[in-house]
Design a protein around this ligand. Structure first.
Ligand SMILES: [Fe+2]
Length: 199
């Protein structure tokens, strides 16, 4: 029995147009995200076989595959919820206040988040993260799906900077995609996650 399953989108493929095309959403969700779900289940299955045979020769590769695919599944599941048609604007309430406190204002946060996405060398994500030890927000630059993130941080809002997220529509103009996505951020979702992360 597969442990992980591909969640449905809360909206149609074309609901985020013109900012994200229907074809990108379809491929991104049905093919790319689905592949991470499958990869995570396969890695778990292989780990089970390794335990059964008491043969852990391939363990480092399996651990790496699990971290990569499972993190891809987690981040994409979050990304779909972070987006919404007729959204955008700015966060309200406690999240807005924390962004002001920790980044010196929404505009400064937005510039840092966009720069984090735009300056990734290779594939990765930009993420707004709640860091529980310092009790503060951070912008993190995630490599691939699983690296370069401080432990214990909870991602609240994530921006996919892999080429598969924009290339079909924006080609080499990735900066345009990283600007367009600000029209479809679901700040209510991020705000709920912010409260839950502190509870
Ligand atoms: Fe992606």
């Amino acid at each position: 029995m597969p442990i992980y399953t591909l969640p449905d989108l809360d909206y149609d493929y074309g609901a985020l147009e013109p900012h994200v095309s229907a074809r990108i959403m379809e491929l991104h969700h049905d093919k790319h995200h689905a592949a991470y779900v499958k990869g995570a289940n396969t890695a778990l299955e292989r780990l089970g076989e390794a335990r059964e045979k008491e043969n852990f020769d391939n363990l480092p590769a399996l651990e790496r595959a699990l971290a990569f695919h499972l993190s891809g599944h987690v981040l994409h599941s979050l990304f779909w919820k972070n987006l919404s048609p007729k959204a955008g604007g700015r966060p309200q309430g406690p999240l807005a206040a924390a962004i002001d406190r920790d980044f010196g204002g929404f505009d400064k946060f937005r510039k840092q988040m966009t720069a984090a996405a735009g300056s990734i060398m290779g594939s990765g994500w930009a993420a707004l993260v709640w860091e529980p030890l310092g009790k503060r927000l951070l912008v993190s630059q995630i490599y691939d799906h699983q690296s370069n993130l401080a432990q214990a941080g909870t991602p609240l809002l994530v921006l996919d900077a892999w080429e598969h997220a924009y290339y079909l529509q924006y080609e080499n103009r990735k900066a345009d995609f990283f600007e367009a996505v600000w029209n479809v951020w679901n700040w209510q979702d991020a705000g709920r996650r912010f409260l839950a992360a502190q509870a």
